[in-house]
Ligand binder design. Structure first.
Ligand SMILES: [Zn+2]
Length: 321
């Protein structure tokens, strides 16, 4: 189990801001502001439940002023397996819409600053009052008074910004991290949108990922398998030399504990599974051929699989105990 302390530590690391109250559903001001809120299953009920539901009160209750939220920015970031294994801080260049200097606002004349317009309609149940978002100001309650010439209709200008994003170890391809408040600014006194960072995992030359475990295909010659040797293999933290015992069978899986990917939950690390493949030469010279011809009927060369060799998928050898 992930302890609350641990959870909180990670949570704080990504800068949680208390969500803004009084929001409307869809208006977007109900904001989890948690980079991990996308990881539904991780923080599950603890934080995730807050988002949608309490937001309803703003939308249907009427009367409360909405805080308009700026639009989100989306960006893709490509990570190597090493970066995923170790965690990484990425500098991401974004073009954000920010409030132009010198823009001033005045109270919206349509809704008188409430951000909502109320309508009375006659229904079979009697007169009903319904509230809807003011279309003039988009719910902000304010309109642009003056703005610089280079600003858009909402008083925003484009600005290049470099944002540093801490990516925790163990992220998975397709996962989305949220950096609160680093999206586009909202017009008026709204709150900025978020920067959504989608994770893309780059293929590794020699390592294959399966959850938190990694797989590596190792090829050894017949003589190395017979006599034993040591081989250097790739890991996400650099090369490691492993021992190949004399009499190594093809298909053997060597498990290097903790040499996989750290769990995003903080539960420890996966393993690196080294699949041993004995390489059979496709051609032989005369002497080699004679040697193998001689061994053809040699009882010592006849396969005698033991229980442990038959079930090599279950029986894995721990090299790093
Ligand atoms: Zn208005």
């Amino acid at each position: 189990m992930l302890s609350d302390d641990n959870k909180k530590a990670r949570y704080d690391q990504f800068g949680h801001q208390a969500f803004e109250g009084g929001g409307g559903f869809g208006g977007g001001s109900m904001n989890m502001d948690d980079i991990f809120s996308q990881f539904g299953d991780i923080f599950g009920g603890a934080f995730g439940g807050n988002g949608g539901f309490s937001g309803f009160s703003g939308g249907f209750g009427g009367g409360q002023q909405r805080r308009v939220k700026g639009s989100n920015l989306r960006i893709r970031v490509k990570l190597t397996l090493e970066e995923i294994a170790n965690g990484v801080e990425k500098k991401i260049k974004v073009k954000r819409k920010v409030q132009a200097e010198g823009t001033t606002y005045k109270t919206c004349s349509t809704c008188n600053g409430s951000g909502q317009v109320t309508r009375i309609t006659n229904t079979i149940l009697g007169r009903m009052q319904t509230a809807s978002t003011c279309t003039t100001c988009g719910g902000a309650g304010q309109m642009i008074d003056k703005k610089p010439a280079d600003a858009d209709a909402q008083g925003l200008i484009n600005k290049d910004e470099t944002i540093s994003v801490k990516i925790p170890a163990g992220v998975v391809d397709g996962m989305q991290l949220k950096v609160s408040g680093k999206g586009n600014d909202a017009p008026g006194h709204g709150i900025p949108g978020d920067l959504l960072v989608a994770i893309e995992e780059l293929n590794h030359d020699t390592l294959q990922r399966e959850g938190d475990n990694l797989h590596y295909d190792l090829y050894v010659s017949i003589s190395d398998a017979v006599l034993g040797t040591s081989k250097e293999i790739d890991t996400v933290t650099g090369k490691v030399r492993i021992k190949i015992d004399a009499g190594m069978q093809s298909g053997k899986i060597l498990r290097l504990r903790g040499k996989g990917i750290p769990s995003i939950n903080g539960y420890g690390k996966g393993d690196l599974l080294v699949h041993v493949n004995v390489w059979t030469p496709k051609t032989l010279n005369k002497i080699q051929k004679e040697f193998f011809e001689d061994m053809k009927d040699d009882e010592h060369f006849a396969p005698k699989p033991e229980e442990s060799d038959k079930s090599f998928f279950e029986k894995v050898k721990d090299m790093f105990s």
